[in-house]
Design a protein around this ligand. Structure first.
Ligand SMILES: [Zn+2]
Length: 357
């Protein structure tokens, strides 16, 4: 036996000796082509020391060692950016078909970097984090639950230039609805499902101007038992994003009682969908979600000050709080003069101005 070959392995019940047929004592090469059998001398090539007789195994009886079973890993590293680029090339000749099928524009699908997988004949949609990085790929099957390529994280569907610089942004369910709103000329971002993606949304929208609305659009998918995942998800998403961005966020359902933005577009879009954008926007009944108050202590620790100075400061802050949103919280201790300050603030409201230090 050549010393460079892998060592022979003991036989067992699953991999018996091909010479004597027993499950013990004998040795078998990993490729199954040679064996050392201590029981059978007949047909052997040579004696293999004390181990037995060295045999060349009849090709019909060769049992190669099975490769170890593939163990799925939780941490699959996939270059989704590269994979997405490959898929996009495959999708290009098919985009018109998909656009016609969904009733959205080819341009919207192209901007969302829609891909195609030849293997299972599926369109794919990349999902991105709040920084624009592609972190997963969603597979579009005609029915059944949503599936993603292994190793994918769920993220947002949006174009590089998702913000055209004016009007609100609509946070809608999934890439098809995002494409529908883009076809209408809206600023749209697709959420991974009826809820979720809050951190990515907050990241992406952190610089979105305060004078333009953020609107979460839920699906009108009310179930017979009254359960309404689209609406409930929209309310939760608006609350979460509002809390994270510390600003007002709205939620709404699609106009005219249709199921979603794509259904509306398919019904009303016509040949010039961008002219229908205002119609769509006017049909939304916006519900406001305001962020919960954030309590910040002014100063964690201060040098002791006199009660007079303290009251001056209390009055000044109380007056400053009057025209501002949020809750004014005064945790001054009993006897520090809160009632007196309230009285002076009321006087101030009725035009009896006070000197404010
Ligand atoms: Zn044997």
């Amino acid at each position: 036996m050549d010393g460079s070959q892998p060592p022979m392995l003991p036989v067992n019940a699953q991999r018996r000796c091909p010479i004597c047929g027993k499950p013990n004592w004998c040795l078998l090469a990993p490729d199954g082509k040679t064996a050392i059998c201590p029981r059978t001398a007949e047909g052997a090539i040579k004696r293999a020391g004390d181990a037995g007789w060295f045999h060349i195994v009849d090709p019909d009886r060769v049992i190669p060692l099975l490769a170890p079973a593939f163990k799925p890993q939780n941490t699959v590293k996939v270059d989704f950016q590269r994979l997405s680029d490959i898929r996009r090339e495959r999708a290009e000749p098919r985009l018109h078909d998909l656009a016609r099928n969904l009733g959205v524009s080819v341009d919207a699908l192209r901007r969302l970097k829609v891909g195609y997988n030849d293997f299972d004949k599926t369109y794919t949609f990349p999902e991105r984090d709040g920084q624009g990085k592609i972190i997963g790929i969603l597979l579009r099957y005609r029915s059944g639950p949503k599936k993603r390529i292994r190793g994918s994280k769920s993220g947002l569907s949006y174009a590089d230039a998702w913000d055209n610089g004016s009007g609100p942004v609509l946070l809608v369910e999934g890439p098809s609805d995002t494409a529908a709103l883009m076809t209408l000329g809206c600023n749209a971002i697709g959420r991974p499902s009826n809820r979720g993606g809050y951190a990515h949304l907050a990241d992406l929208l952190s610089g979105f101007p305060n004078d333009r609305n953020i609107i979460v659009l839920g699906d009108s998918d009310c179930k017979l038992d009254g359960f309404w995942p689209g609406k409930e998800g929209a309310i939760q998403t608006a609350s979460e994003v509002s809390k994270r961005l510390e600003r007002t966020v709205y939620w709404a359902l699609p106009p005219d009682g249709v199921k979603d933005a794509r259904a509306w577009l398919n019904e009303h879009g016509g040949d010039n969908p961008t002219s229908m954008r205002d119609c769509f926007m006017e049909g939304l009944r916006l519900q406001e979600i305001t962020p919960p108050p954030v309590i910040r202590s002014f100063v964690p620790f201060q040098e002791p000050i006199s009660l007079g100075t303290y009251r001056q400061e209390m009055l000044k802050r109380r007056l400053l709080s009057l025209d501002r949103p949020g809750i004014y919280l005064d945790r001054s201790m009993t006897g520090s003069g809160k009632s007196a300050i309230d009285y002076r603030v009321v006087l101030n409201l009725f035009g009896r101005t006070e000197e404010v230090a």
